[in-house]
Design a protein. Structure first.
Lengths: 342, 342, 342, 342
């Protein structure tokens, strides 16, 4: 039984709390949040203790793992404190937006030999995973092109946008950059990015990019396209298409129901699932299960800090290219590190 | 070069005329219709001669084949005259609605050794044909159930309905009855039919059945369902589903375009192709080609008078069952005759 | 908090136990099974008590509801005992296969004013429910035809088959008969059924029907077709098609993933979900939630004993028709009772 | 009746000849080819005259239009000769690969006031056209992103590749560049292109790019992605996806049949139509019809030389970007010229 200290009761925290509670080999022991009321409410629901003091929770020797669901800029510090307290760490992406800070974290994790997992949950989506498996099984031979559509139904609130400019790369496409590395078992050597502000000033007052396309060239020569938008009115649009010498694989979107409506003006189906909570519900449960099993079996978690670092590196290159207009090369020593395939 | 005498300029005649004209090994030589103007107009379009006299056209030794596109009750007489004139015959279904008349026709065709084809065009639809081929290739093993949906977007005009009561069986499902025999290479031993009048009195003043379901038991034990309606507002709905020990095959509908429209209220596609002219356009050309090749090679055409007779027999049984409420058995000697698979 | 006594640890019991445990307003208090070990194991998993004595559990005043997951022939007795103990009852279908026994049960439930729910779970499947909602909203106008495909990937074990001959009607299609009544808010007036044994003697040693088609005529005149098979090798095939004056609705099957594989020999997708546990996972959770809310709010549960009785009546008629070959009329007073639409 | 002189009996010539013959308002009068035998054979099939001398055919005053189906490098000269002979011109794309030569052509066409059509046939594909119509009707509001997949099942023969290096841009994507301009009614201001050689040396001995991705920025700010490959083993893959403020439109691929095959290992459909002849069969007939009607009504044909020139300009920019690695800007005066929307 792995006991969790969950830090951060905001958006994603309650979802992880429910998954911990439902997992047969896990227990929610602590909920930590500066907002003591929020922590107390969430903790009560699952019979956990609550506190505003991370130290208090980390001091509990029963706690085996810390799950970090706080805003990104707080991740690194919590990772380091949890690591020094000897706890395994499950951290929402990104590790940090500052590469130096990420590297410092890496050093602490290495010294403390902390099992660490960065939650790129999409790797655990059953359809994306089936696509990954099919590539690994050689179904399409050598992958030659990858096309990812990664579109949100709406832009984040203005203060969130203000706190993280170029969030379309740092917050959204960072998932895709991780998927590209993972699916192709390869690293990009060049990034070209273009953006646009398509939303009007009411919706996007900071004029931060809300629409973007990126082209990546991989070390293997494979070409990759990613596109993103913050206003897919028809739902959360998440597709991956892998093209290779022997065929193509497409991971399509799910819809809430399988109902088809035939009428005189056409055949209609549901719009897509509305947002990532619904769309990736299974992946959140599966990533937690994978983390728990890894800790249990003494293995390294499936997605490590280097994965988080490299996705950030690509996002940084995309921002630089979008700003300068020029293609940006990635460091020559970039090569896909041996990952444990989750 | 096979020269055709086309009889009947009504609904389906011009379609066949165009296909004859476009076929590299055929020529439209004569158009025969009591309405001399209609005959003249159609003939002029393709450089053919026209006449109101069938005899005149049959007297032309260049004519090798007669294509019969007149109303059903005139078919038998024209078949016999064409046969006696030594012409091959391509006849729109049905041969006749009176079984005795059909048998008399059969005798004349036998005596004159006339190549004869009854135009159950659906056998030539590429999707239905692919389903047939898959069954024959053993893809689903022994067929166990067959489900056919055969729905028209509207009912025929009142005078047409008045002239052929129970047209839902005699005119529409007769196609499906032929498909069942052909697809399963088997004969029905029992028919149960139910009907309803769902259209209102304006649309269906004669209160002839406009909605029907039929259940067939085949000699092999396979069970068959056919449903039909005269108001599929979303288009001409023609589906076949064959279920067997190793799987299932579904021949689905086509749509005019492959466009998908994603909006906030759902994903929309075109309604189905509107009517049989569009839906079965390919099958009309392919059945003609098959007929011409058969004549050319001295083979029997692919669908013979016995096929027409048996489809009529099933339609009669369906009418009897719908009227009496009781299941109707088909004659014990009904067994699938060896057909040349077209 | 509604405390449950779950009776029967066999196939479906553990699934319901997990759903009870996961429900925020429910608790599993007791597990009852003649097999004390099985009861103990299941109970332990959720912190419940276990016993082989139904009386012992019913004696617990904290228990508010009894969930019956035992074999069908034991249902009626347990219903009556639970009712007399003043507990609400959630019962797996069918209530009983003997109509007299069902009526006796009805009397007890009436006398004791027991809240009773018979678990026709398919009514809670999101896609089927969306179809129901669309009919109610008038999207297809008056329903005219209903076509249901209800196919299992395999036949039940021989002893199960021996204990319930004609299980294809009593056990499988009974769901569809309930769906027909619910979707159309109408009652059948006539049933015609045909069956076949398509499996070989190894798989189906009792030669009980493994393949069936049924045609129903409803009081409104609507026509209904249901087909069933016990060997859908491609997965659990559950489709509903409702055709009406303004269009058609189709509730299609789900697949495990949304992956499409394009290769030189075609485009391939996953087979269907394998069995009802996966396919109807959501409906099991939703029916429980609906039951709990009804009890909580003092309302009658959504599906009552009369619903169970009528589905059984249709199944009996289907068996009679399959045996005699004749259509079977249903009692003239059959009319759709006012249901609380769940 | 418009009489055509068809020049070039190679690959696409016979297809156009058949469409001319089938068109009610057109006649094939002459077939011109240096290979007199080929010209004679094709001409004979449609009752046309044949010659190796373009002058001879142009001298025929009955000829109203010249259809150019010869290799690209010969187009410009034939256009000029036909224009000077006072004939309308239907020319396969491209006009020429040399921009100076195209401009010279433009001058001749202007002087002679010749009706001219460059055959970007994809504009006439019913699904692509429906997408265009939906954009024009405002269904997706302002277009924000366009994603085109344009993949051939195989590379051209080595001598063809040798004659036109970078054919992936000049020969294949030139269609897509035209589609982008047409669909968005907008012009690109920047092009970034990347290529790869993925085929092995046997298939692609000249190591000419066989795989490519292009990113375009339009004057309106819309972003465009195009990808192409010369080895789509699953068929001719031609998709267009238009994303905008109110939704998304996808023009999907067609398949030869609508058959679905359900088996234990999955659900299988046909691969895509094999090549452009099948896929774009309708568009070839429709573009011819549009051309004939334009000539007939004295209107300018739907796609003019400026359209050809601009598509070539984009292809040139793509080649330059692929070679240098740098983004290439298009001339500042590039703006979408008013086209007659066909």
């Amino acid at each position: 039984m792995l006991e969790f200290c969950l830090v951060g009761c905001g958006f994603i925290g309650p979802l992880h709390a429910a998954n911990i509670a439902a997992h047969p080999a896990a227990r929610l022991a602590w909920v930590v949040d500066l907002d003591a009321t929020a922590a107390g409410t969430l903790a009560a629901k699952y019979g956990a203790q609550s506190t505003a003091s991370l130290e208090a929770a980390l001091a509990d020797p029963a706690v085996g793992a810390v799950m970090i669901c706080t805003p990104p800029r707080t991740h690194a510090a919590i990772i380091e404190r949890a690591a020094r307290a000897g706890k395994a760490v499950f951290c929402e992406k990104p590790v940090d937006l500052d590469m130096g800070r990420v590297d410092a974290c890496a050093a602490v994790l290495a010294t403390t030999r902390t099992p660490f997992f960065v939650a790129f949950n999409r790797r655990f989506d059953p359809s994306h995973r089936a696509l990954f498996d099919a590539i690994r099984a050689g179904e399409i031979g050598r992958p030659e092109m990858l096309v990812l559509s990664s579109r949100d139904p709406e832009i984040s609130p203005p203060d969130y946008v203000a706190a993280m400019p170029y969030g379309i790369f740092y917050d959204t496409m960072i998932h895709d950059f991780d998927m590209v590395r993972w699916l192709l078992a390869d690293e990009p050597v060049e990034v070209v990015a273009r953006t646009a502000c398509m939303l009007d000033a009411n919706e996007n007052p900071h004029r931060d990019p809300d629409t973007a396309m990126v082209m990546l060239r991989m070390a293997s020569g494979a070409l990759v396209h990613v596109n993103s938008s913050f206003r897919a009115v028809y739902g959360y649009d998440q597709r991956i298409e892998a093209f290779g010498e022997k065929g193509m694989l497409i991971s399509r979107n799910r819809q809430p129901t399988m109902l088809e409506r035939y009428a005189a003006d056409g055949i209609r189906q549901d719009p897509l699932l509305r947002f990532f909570i619904e769309r990736y519900a299974e992946s959140y449960a599966l990533e937690l299960d994978d983390f728990i099993r890894a800790i249990d079996e003494g293995q390294a978690p499936a997605i490590n800090l280097e994965d988080g670092r490299r996705a950030l590196q690509i996002a940084e290159a995309a921002v630089a290219s979008a700003k300068s207009g020029a293609p940006v090369s990635l460091p020559a020593d970039s090569r896909n590190v041996g990952q444990r395939l989750p």
